[in-house]
Design a protein around this ligand. Sequence first.
Ligand SMILES: Cc1cc2nc3c(=O)[nH]c(=O)nc-3n(C[C@H](O)[C@H](O)[C@H](O)COP(=O)(O)OP(=O)(O)OC[C@H]3O[C@@H](n4cnc5c(N)ncnc54)[C@H](O)[C@@H]3O)c2cc1C
Length: 345
Amino acid sequence: MSTTEVVVVGGGIIGLSIAWRCAQRGLAVTVHDDGGQDGAWYAAAGMLAPAGEAGFGQKALTELLLESAGRWPGFAAELGREAGIDVGFDRTGTLAVALSADDLAEAQRLWAYRQGLGLGVSPLVPSRLRDLEPALSPRLRGGAHAPDDRQVDPRRVVAALRAVLGRAVVRRRADVAATGVPVVIAAGCGTAALTGLPVRPVKGLVLRLRGAPGLLRHVVSGWADGRHVYLVPRADGEVIVGATQEERLDSTVTAGQVLDLLRAATDLVPELGECELTETVVRHRPATPDNAPLLGVHTGGRIVAAGHHRNGVLLAPVTADLIAELVATGKADPLLDAFAPGRFA
Ligand SMILES: Cc1cc2nc3c(=O)[nH]c(=O)nc-3n(C[C@H](O)[C@H](O)[C@H](O)COP(=O)(O)OP(=O)(O)OC[C@H]3O[C@@H](n4cnc5c(N)ncnc54)[C@H](O)[C@@H]3O)c2cc1C
């Protein structure tokens, strides 16, 4: 297939990134977004963490995460320049930390696995951790530094993409996406209804705190008495605390979930208790049966780019590049092979 025109269904971070790359290739692109509640990107913390997200038995996904992480610096710089918006790309890296001896044993298993994959993960003793982040609790048993993990601000990224795409983004709900021109379906959790593919919503809650700028410099990802929490500091003093992960459809914020996140967060960084709680946000991650994305041609020649689950922000650059190439030239990069939309049929 090669074309000069394309419709992208879904104006979340994946659909807009694809549309931008298609437009740069000279394609006439229109994005149809239902304009309902903002997508998962609105809650996303923006961690670009290939080391932090490399899970047991997910080799192909880890390779894709690494490939996309390598594309982020160029993507952020180019987008920021075109839109005139700083997207908050930050290279400080992640500190993974463990509160108790049990937390440390659990974390060390994962760090060893990630080191075995050749990922940059260096164990650190508590005193060294506190040299790097003085606000960390003196009770921490140990940690590790992942210097190659990055972060970006997803709300700024989407604002920048909307700015560069301008009137190419229209408010329209697609049903079966029969438009007569090539279609890319990148509708997050809405992809299941449009295609019949197995994309399920996974509920996630994040909190936003506001404190003094500089309280934290690194992203902190930690275990506190068996509870996992991450803390993502922005330059202006905001700290994102996340995230719950539940197989649920509702968007209720419960006191218990907020309590669990704040308890774990303040166990790791006690001073966070002094911050203002400014926002609680629930959105649903679009997940698949193997928790890896669906990328490529589906039935009827429609292209699908969905199911990015916990890593849609990290995977936006590689998804956009590969899908735009597929749309413009009909060529499927070999990186797409492991992510065929029909693999669960
Ligand atoms: C709490 C939380 C924290 C996260 N943290 C991170 C993180 O730190 N790093 C990371 O990489 N990822 C993170 N993620 C995951 C990331 O947000 C998602 O993977 C990503 O947003 C998926 O992008 P998407 O564009 O496919 O879907 P979405 O962002 O959900 O956007 C889909 C869009 O499609 C529209 N749509 C749906 N159906 C239709 C239809 N029929 N017609 C027209 N439009 C439609 C929706 O309105 C929406 O605008 C997090 C997610 C959550 C919930």
